[in-house]
Design a protein around this ligand. Structure first.
Ligand SMILES: [Fe+2]
Length: 175
């Protein structure tokens, strides 16, 4: 059983605001990829899909002289730090298990190393799933953030992913 479903997360005003800012379509595609990779790698699909869906919710708007400056933003941004904190707060509010909320927040914090000083990160399997799923859905110049999707389609896709996650958990218990 999922403590908190993707659909519940999506319907919360905080998720609506911040997930949409970085691209709802990208968030959903990344969540689907995370599901596939998690199944392959034997990682918890519930944690992986929620972390992937929320991984970019820390993005914020940054304009230089009234113009959106993607390159300057990319160089100076700390969206993974903000996202981890926002996602954690949201999940706790929705009643997520504290341990799960922490694991999800950590996977979001580490889904990119763009804000860290040079060095090698050692990711655990869940963190790797989220980082790989994000990478699989990236397009040049951040174009994946601008793909459009209707609210109706978003909801239908998340409901079907919730069913997949629930099914995979049942299977895991019986196997
Ligand atoms: Fe992303």
């Amino acid at each position: 059983m999922q403590n908190v479903t993707l659909t519940q997360v999506y319907k919360h005003p905080i998720a609506k605001k911040y997930v949409a800012r970085a691209g709802l379509d990208h968030a959903i595609n990344t969540a689907f990829s995370a599901f596939d990779i998690a199944i392959r790698e034997n990682v918890d699909t519930d944690l992986a899909t929620k972390a992937a869906f929320l991984h970019d919710m820390g993005h914020y708007q940054w304009y230089t002289e009234g113009e959106w400056d993607f390159h300057s933003y990319k160089e100076n941004d700390i969206h993974a730090i903000k996202g981890a904190e926002r996602a954690h707060k949201l999940l706790i509010r929705l009643g997520e298990d504290r341990k799960a909320a922490k694991e999800i927040a950590l996977a979001i914090l580490l889904h990119t190393d763009s804000y860290l000083p040079e060095g090698q990160l050692h990711l655990d399997p869940l963190q790797q799933v989220v980082a790989c799923a994000d990478e699989a859905n990236e397009e040049p110049n951040g174009m994946h953030h601008y793909r459009e999707i209707t609210e109706e389609t978003a909801l239908l896709r998340l409901q079907s992913l919730d069913r997949l996650v629930a099914g995979s958990k049942v299977k895991k218990k019986t196997s």
